[in-house]
Design a protein around this ligand. Structure first.
Ligand SMILES: [Zn+2]
Length: 265
C-alpha cells in the first residue's frame, strides 16, 4: 500500500531561513509525500507574507492569519483590522497563530490575553477555525477557551507538548490536537509517546513547526539543523509506532482530519 499524501498543518515557511532555497524545500516535501502545507501567520507582517506564499502556490500552500503571543504587544486596532481582512481571503484557512505563552513572556500576560480574545472574536465573527498556541499557560488558556468554545467552529491546539490532563481538557472541549517532532525529543517529549494513542483519529493532525523543532532522531541529520516539511513523514512514522498502527493508517487519517479542519479539497 502506498503512503497517503500528508498535510503539514504548521510550517513557518515565511522564515528567512527558507528564502534561499524555497522551491527546493517544496520539492523535497513533495518527494516525501507532503503535498500540502499550512503556512503559519504569526505576526501582522508574517501573515501578509504567508498569504502571499499561499496565493503563489495554490492548492499546495494555505495560510493562517494571526499574531503569536510573543508579538501580542504589537496588537493594536490597525493590526486587528488587518488580520480581519487577511482572514477573509480565500487562501487563509484559520485565524492564528494566537494563544498564550507564559514560558517566555515576551509580551506581558495581560497583553497576551487581550490579543488572544480579540483574535477569538475575529474567528467567531467570520466563523473560522482557530490555530492556537499554549505554553506554560494551560489554566488561563483553558478558561478563555471554555468561555468561547461553543461560538467557535473548529479549534486546534497546535504543537501540543503538555500533560495528559491538559490533553483531555482540550479533547473534552472537542479541540483538535497538533503533534510535532517534539515527540521525538528524548529529553522532553517522551511523555507524549505514552498518550498520543489516546487522541481520536479524527482529532489528530501532524505538523513540523519548521524551521523549528527538527526531530532529534531523524537520520541523516541535516548539517544546518533547520527543520522542513519533508520531515513530516518521519514524524508520522514515529506517531504511528506510538499509536500501534501502520503509518499508512496514521497518514490517511491525519490527512483526512486536516482536510476537514482547513477545508482543503
Ligand atoms: Zn506555536
Amino acid at each position: 500500500m502506498t503512503m497517503p499524501a500528508l498535510v503539514d498543518i504548521g510550517a513557518n515557511l515565511t522564515h528567512e531561513s527558507f528564502r534561499h532555497d524555497f522551491d527546493a524545500v517544496l520539492e523535497r516535501a513533495r518527494e516525501q509525500g507532503v503535498t500540502r502545507m499550512v503556512v503559519t501567520g504569526a505576526s501582522r507582517e508574517g501573515s501578509h507574507d504567508a498569504l502571499a506564499l499561499a496565493e503563489k502556490h495554490p492548492g499546495v500552500l494555505y495560510a493562517t492569519a494571526g499574531v503569536h503571543p510573543h508579538h501580542a504587544i504589537d496588537y493594536d486596532a490597525a493590526t486587528d483590522a488587518d488580520i480581519r481582512a487577511l482572514a477573509a481571503s480565500g487562501a487563509v484557512r484559520a485565524v492564528g497563530e494566537t494563544g498564550l505563552d507564559y514560558h517566555r513572556n515576551y509580551s506581558p500576560r495581560a497583553t497576551q490575553l487581550a490579543a488572544f480574545e480579540k483574535q477569538i472574536a475575529i474567528a467567531i465573527d467570520l466563523a473560522m477555525p482557530v490555530f492556537l498556541h499554549q505554553r506554560d499557560a494551560h489554566d488561563d488558556f483553558l478558561a478563555l477557551l471554555k468561555n468561547a468554545r461553543d461560538r467557535l467552529p473548529n479549534v486546534v491546539v497546535h504543537c501540543f507538548t503538555d500533560t495528559r490532563e491538559a490533553l483531555f481538557d482540550y479533547l473534552d472541549l472537542d479541540c483538535h490536537i497538533g503533534i510535532t517532532g517534539w515527540i521525538c525529543d528524548e529529553r522532553r517529549g517522551t511523555h507524549l509517546r505514552e498518550f498520543v494513542r489516546e487522541i481520536p483519529a479524527d482529532r489528530l493532525m501532524l505538523e513540523t513547526d519548521a524551521p523549528y523543532l527538527l526531530p532529534r532522531n531523524v537520520e541523516p541529520k541535516p548539517s544546518h539543523r533547520r527543520n522542513e516539511p519533508m520531515y513530516l513523514a518521519h514524524i508520522c512514522r514515529e506517531v504511528a509506532r506510538d499509536r500501534g498502527e501502520d503509518a499508512v493508517v496514521t497518514a490517511g487519517n491525519s490527512t483526512a482530519t486536516a482536510c476537514a479542519f482547513f477545508g482543503l479539497t
